[in-house]
Design a binder for this molecule. Sequence first.
Ligand SMILES: [Zn+2]
Length: 602
Amino acid sequence: MADLIAEEKIEQIRQAVDIVEVITDYVQLKKQGRNYFGLCPFHGESTPSFSVSPDKQIFHCFGCGAGGNVFTFLMELDGLSFQETAIKLAAKVNIDLGINLPQSQGGKKVSKELQAMLEAHELLRKFYHHLLVNTKEGQQALEYLLNRGFTQESIDKFQIGYSLNSWDFVYKFLSKRNFSPEWMEKAGLIIKRERDGTYFDRFRDRIMFPIFDRHGNTIAFSGRSLGADEPKYLNSPETAIFNKSKILYNYHLAKPSIKKMQYAVLFEGFADVIAADRAGVENGIATMGTALTDEHISLLRQNVQTITICYDSDKAGIEAAYRAGNHLHDAGFQIKVAIMTDGMDPDEYIQKNGQDKFRNEVIGASLTWMGFKFLYYRRGKNLQHEGDQLAYIEQIIKEISKLDKAVERDHYLRQLATEFSLSLEALMQQQRQIYFAEKRKSTGKNEPAQKPLLSFKPAEELKTKYVTAERRLIAHMLKDRDVAYKVQELLAGTTFNKDEHQAIITYLLGFYEDHLVPDASSFLTYIQDDNLRRMVVDIEMMSINDELTTQELTDYIKQVLNYQNLLKIKEKEEELKEAEREKNFTKAAEVLTEINHLRKLL
Ligand SMILES: [Zn+2]
């Protein structure tokens, strides 16, 4: 465990780091007015509700409520502890923390067991690679790869290796280095024999492809058989360090290229990624034999908005591309789809037609998402046949109706009109009909037919009023230390009605005791409670007038107090009823006077 980091160091880091710069590594931000906006990395969305304020050095999402300063951002997104975040940021801005750093850098707090799993994978990756490249044992495997078009460069880049044809080499190799066999079994590297409890190696006589996580740690292997051994590809099982639904093959190497090119190419398998890389497509990634998950999508979202899907062009591949495309499209990505002739896969295509053609005529000539659907719905139909033709046109018009932009709708309707020699006017009319029919269907499904109009009872109206008033007061108190004390004085011992609001101002007044100047980001570090912190960020992002006039201040305070008076009136009304029931008329008259007095204050 590292030593504690001194408070002044934290403060120093906070002042040296720019939140916009840090977040840009994860989210594409666009400047709009004073703030930056982008797609929230904490929840799936297609229109940006995530904003970053460089002035206040805080971020906030209107969609999911996430919010905080640069520390909270990294802690929540990368799952780091406060200490780890401080270490990471200090390194970024070259601040010497003057403490002993723990061995592992970044990542979650790694337990001994996980650390050992990672170390074993790391050792084996190096060893397998060495066997392939430098030894007689690996020679056959190396020749096999070179014959299949692999280059030395790509073997090094992807750290491809070879596992010996031995039942216990890895077991002995790791045991000699004091790795616990139980842990190594959990890591998926060796397997326990049921009958006698001894262990044997999972990967034997295979070409080894290491799988890396987003930080470049080796966390699993895929071993390809050299001969007819089944399965052709043998993968590590899911383990504490290898979760297929989170891993995108080659993500750590492709990331810079993805950012530069502003798009990623999604392949079906890692072998395609390597083949495409040799052809100069360096922004390729692949899932590890699973469909695309929400976790994959949120990882992608951090770096890119456009994805080119390049799956096998056979029937199964096209179906899979359609599913992946829909998933990505719903998550707000721009989609393109690369298609190869004759149902080929990327590797076959490159072998047959060469690298340049793959780059230019497949990836470079990708279809738009809509263009792909034209092709998708055409499959299995004979468009010379009238019935098929009509069915096809209707499917396409339905898809066109989903497009947001009139220009796009127009473009594809024209394309359709030209192809089938139809009147554009008729197509447009049909498209509008479909659009409204779909719209009726979807509103019918999601909302009650008639929503009652919102009608506020007086108490509720007062409630929203005091909530707004309290929020506005807090917003001004966050900006101005004097206002904070002034509000406290005017409340004269009364507290804010909303408990969370009261908690925030209690924190804030504590903060102002040793901070003479307001500082949004620093204040967030001071608040321990997640929920309150999010609320503060939400309030910080409200737009308020620069100056708080006395009139405004008095109004807000009045609204805060009003609600309390209203509660008192309610209490008194109960008392009144009670007194009337008991026929205690003197009491009733007294209470009534009090009620009238309180009502006048509202
Ligand atoms: Zn969000």
